[in-house]
Design a protein around this ligand. Structure first.
Ligand SMILES: Cc1cc2nc3c(=O)[nH]c(=O)nc-3n(C[C@H](O)[C@H](O)[C@H](O)COP(=O)(O)OP(=O)(O)OC[C@H]3O[C@@H](n4cnc5c(N)ncnc54)[C@H](O)[C@@H]3O)c2cc1C
Length: 362
């Protein structure tokens, strides 16, 4: 088994920088990247916030420049996924595909994958209108109307998932409700967001140990059928799933703690409120609708020739990269596959359709 001073996992900007510094320090280095050097930069149409490129630079061009910078440095490149990492006598052993390598130090730069919303044409338009990073792409949309996803928003899928949970809970407890679960779910989520945001404003403390314990208990119940099953079902690695749970549980804990504080200050009991309303004239009561109507309106813009051209350009770029041998077609196909990890793991034949599409758009 080959032993390195350092192993860098990931070939995005962070991983490439780590390799650069480690090589320059005279250490023996291996880099493991399951796709191609560049990481998320490769999915980016145009980057406008990187110093040295006043006109902006295409994502893949910047990635190629990063890779070229490292071309002369002596380090071993492994084009495979790190599947397992275990402590060993010298540091850590990493299972990568069929190989196992050992490093005294491991630098993990595995980056992130945004959680998709599942809205129509999201994958095709990622980096060309669909954005997961307000800081990176906000400038492209200045003064235009956009829907912001992230931060403290509530997604339709969140409401649906929560409504399902409510229905399930009631089924288990043996009762039903005549209220629309979607309305109830929206109301509960809105209340949670309000309390959560107030908790952040008030710098409320939560017990993070308790959050972790709750997450681990929940995860254990899910991984009874094996980690691989859970990862296949959720389409993400278990550590990403844990991180997603952390965000969800933390928010719930903040909201509950805040609610405790708010309720703690209440000096009127519900019976007193009821007596007060019973004592006043019914006609003077405000009418509050019990049901809320909400909907998502999706309007796709007309397909302008300009827009078509914009969509074509990245495809032509890709084609050019394949023809000139700058990037392997298999790497591109994996990168732009809807589920990169799945495609990578099962080593399916590369979809012929993509190749035909690329040839069509000459
Ligand atoms: C559509 C889009 C547009 C963006 N636009 C901009 C922009 O305009 N300006 C800007 O500053 N930033 C932008 N970003 C963000 C920027 O790309 C990221 O912040 C940056 O790439 C993070 O670098 P990183 O090295 O930490 O991780 P990543 O770029 O995520 O790289 C991680 C690498 O690790 C690899 N990896 C992960 N797990 C394993 C494993 N188990 N084994 C082997 N390899 C693994 C992945 O394949 C990946 O190549 C954008 C991101 C996206 C998705």
């Amino acid at each position: 088994m080959k032993l390195y001073d350092a192993i860098v996992v990931g070939g995005g900007p962070a991983g490439l920088t780590a390799v650069l510094y480690l090589c320059r320090s005279g250490l023996s280095v291996a880099q493991v990247e399951m796709l191609a050097p560049g990481g998320q930069i490769l999915k980016t149409e145009s980057i406008e916030n990187y110093p040295g490129f006043p006109q902006g630079v295409k994502g893949w061009e910047l990635a190629d420049t990063f890779a070229a910078h490292l071309a002369e440095y002596p380090f071993d490149r492994y084009n495979d996924a790190v599947l397992k990492m275990e402590q060993s006598a010298h540091g850590w052993t990493l299972s990568i595909g069929k190989d196992t390598i050992e490093g005294k130090t491991v630098v993990i730069c595995s980056g992130a994958n945004p959680r998709p919303l599942g809205v129509p044409r999201e994958v095709q338009l990622t980096g060309r209108g669909v954005s997961y990073c307000a800081l990176c792409d906000g400038n492209f949309f200045r003064d235009q109307v956009v829907a912001v996803v992230g931060g403290s928003s509530i997604l339709y899928s969140d409401v649906e998932a929560y409504a399902d949970e409510l229905v399930q809970q009631r089924r288990e407890m043996g009762y039903t409700s005549d209220r629309d679960p979607m309305n109830e779910a929206l109301e509960a989520l809105l209340q949670q967001k309000l309390l959560y945001n107030q908790a952040l404003i008030d710098s409320v403390d939560i017990n993070s140990g308790e959050v972790s314990a709750r997450i681990e208990a929940y995860l254990q119940s899910l991984i009874e059928g094996g980690i691989a099953n859970l990862e296949a079902k959720e389409h993400m690695a278990v550590f990403n799933y844990r991180e997603m749970l952390r965000q969800r549980y933390e928010e719930q804990f903040y909201a509950q703690t805040m609610q405790g504080q708010v309720v703690g200050k209440v000096t009127v009991v519900p019976g007193e409120v009821e007596r007060f309303y019973n004592s006043i004239d019914k006609d003077s009561l405000p009418i509050i609708g019990e049901q809320y109507v909400y909907a998502q309106i999706t309007k796709f813009p007309a397909s302008l020739s300009e827009a078509k051209q914009r969509t074509k350009e990245p495809l032509l770029d890709m084609r050019e990269r394949v023809i000139t041998g700058k990037t392997k077609f298999s790497v591109l196909a994996r990168m732009y596959s809807v589920d990169m990890q799945c495609c990578h793991n099962c080593k399916e034949p590369i979809p012929e359709r993509l190749w035909r599409e690329l040839n069509k758009i000459k």
